[in-house]
Design a protein around this ligand. Structure first.
Ligand SMILES: NC(=O)c1ccc[n+]([C@@H]2O[C@H](COP(=O)([O-])OP(=O)(O)OC[C@H]3O[C@@H](n4cnc5c(N)ncnc54)[C@H](O)[C@@H]3O)[C@@H](O)[C@H]2O)c1
Ligand SMILES: O=C(O)[C@H]1O[C@H](OP(=O)(O)OP(=O)(O)OC[C@H]2O[C@@H](n3ccc(=O)[nH]c3=O)[C@H](O)[C@@H]2O)[C@H](O)[C@@H](O)[C@H]1O
Length: 386
């Protein structure tokens, strides 16, 4: 059915990884009925959205928000085990309860994508499926090429041939700013010095988006999310595994820059990101082509979605200590050359102007909500196995 999370680097390992990504069976009248009924539109805005990566962290929150306001929503996810699949299944159960059906399959499965577009006339695609994580790219580079480059192209090929073509909003990343030192990061700043293969694939995605917009008239909006956190989050991210390890009494590695320089992130709460995603969808213009032919110029946009308030990682740990009422065993170490950058800070004026994006949750408030969820999900003694 899905992928494994191989910690291997050889090309043989990459081949095995690719073969392990074969998806589960799909099709049949019951399956088709579920697809169509999940995609049914209940409001007059006419939105019918295919959400890729729907059982992921951001995908779950965005899908629920879209469904809640009455849009037709269909999810797609390959449920790979980059991190604990049981968490993805739990999110899927939450989605089911909200009326969102998640098709199990890979964005590289062209036959599946064709079938979905035959069954449903999508007005929009919210493309969130990707291999995330900056550091894991050193362990399994091919997974980034598979999902973030090949998978994106496979999806765009289907969208370009669709009639009508959907408008596409997709997740880029703050990591495209790479070694850029000019802060806050503005969309006009240089993005040609990626520090990780993950960042390079997201940057490649932005260039690929340009091509499909230019040749085929696809409407494309890239969103550069800045370190998103919150309930139902990703166990591979620092705030999540710090929580687990602090509770376990395990030491946590805290990176610092050269000469004790601060390492900081513009941590952004999930509800703010969801509002940004909906704002981008609501202001996305229609694609101008059909059946693979461009009929006029189409919209091409990119926006930062951050919090505009960077916090040092050591302060994040202090907040967690207070919320968990446990002292962390801090292991301060030099920032390794592992894909991490030292600092991120978003300039969000473009998103504010275009769709009124205005983050409202500070790190203390957001982490309180995360910790409450974490304890209710795992208990304060049973920890995730990531
Ligand atoms: N969370 C963040 O801090 C952050 C920051 C910047 C950008 N992003 C981007 O936002 C998007 C969502 O991130 P997230 O944090 O929810 O990550 P996530 O890993 O929780 O979600 C991604 C989902 O996509 C699925 N997926 C991966 N490859 C797939 C494929 N080939 N076919 C079908 N499904 C596939 C995974 O199973 C997963 O459920 C990603 O594109 C990520 O790169 C996230
Ligand atoms: O905005 C993005 O575009 C990216 O956001 C996220 O990456 P990052 O900002 O790197 O988040 P995360 O790994 O949680 O590390 C947070 C902080 O903890 C520090 N960190 C990390 C690990 C550790 O052991 N010690 C440590 O100090 C580390 O140095 C960093 O300062 C997404 O994972 C990624 O998919 C990508 O999309």
């Amino acid at each position: 059915m899905t992928s494994s999370r191989p910690s291997m680097t050889s090309s043989l390992a990459s081949d095995l990884y690719r073969r392990s990504l074969k998806t589960s069976s799909w099709g049949g009248p019951t399956w088709e009925k579920r697809v169509k009924s999940s995609a049914r539109i209940r409001t007059r805005n006419g939105f019918c959205v295919l959400v890729t990566g729907a059982s992921g962290f951001v995908g779950t929150h965005v899908s629920v928000a879209l469904k809640r306001r009455g849009d037709g929503v269909l999810g797609l996810d390959n449920f790979n085990d980059y991190y604990e699949p049981s968490l993805k299944r739990a999110r899927q159960a939450l989605l089911e309860r909200s009326g969102v059906y998640v098709v199990e399959g890979d964005i590289n499965d062209v036959a599946l994508l064709k079938k979905l577009f035959e069954l449903v006339s999508f007005s929009h695609v919210m493309h969130l499926a990707a291999q995330a994580g900056v550091r894991y790219a050193m362990q399994n580079p091919s997974s980034y090429i598979h999902s973030n480059i090949a998978g994106f192209v496979s999806l765009l090929e289907i969208c370009k041939n669709a009639n009508p073509q959907p408008a596409i909003v997709w997740a880029s990343s703050s990591s495209v700013y790479g070694l850029n030192t000019k802060v806050p990061f503005s969309e006009k700043d240089r993005t040609d010095q990626p520090a990780s293969l993950y960042a390079a694939t997201k940057k490649a995605g932005e260039e690929i988006a340009h091509t499909y917009n230019h040749i085929y008239g696809l409407s494309l909006t890239g969103l550069r999310f800045f370190t998103v956190y919150g309930p139902w989050g990703r166990p591979d991210m620092a705030y999540f595994f710090f929580t687990k390890d602090i509770l376990k009494g395990k030491p946590i590695p805290i990176f610092e820059g050269a000469n004790h320089g601060t390492v900081a992130r513009d941590f952004t709460y999930i509800d703010d990101i969801v509002k940004g995603c909906l704002g981008a969808l609501d202001t996305a213009e229609k694609s101008t082509g059909s059946g693979g032919k461009k009929r006029g110029p189409a919209q091409l946009r990119v926006f930062n979605l951050g919090n505009t308030s960077p916090v040092p990682v050591s302060d994040l740990v202090s907040i967690l200590e207070r919320l968990l009422k446990v002292k962390a065993k801090r292991m301060v170490m030099k920032l390794p050359r592992n894909g991490d950058v030292q600092f991120t800070h978003a300039n969000i004026s473009l998103a504010k102007r275009e769709f009124g994006y205005k983050p409202t949750t500070d790190l203390q408030t957001g982490l309180k909500k995360f910790v409450r969820w974490y304890v209710s999900y795992y208990g304060s003694s049973k920890k995730s196995d990531q």
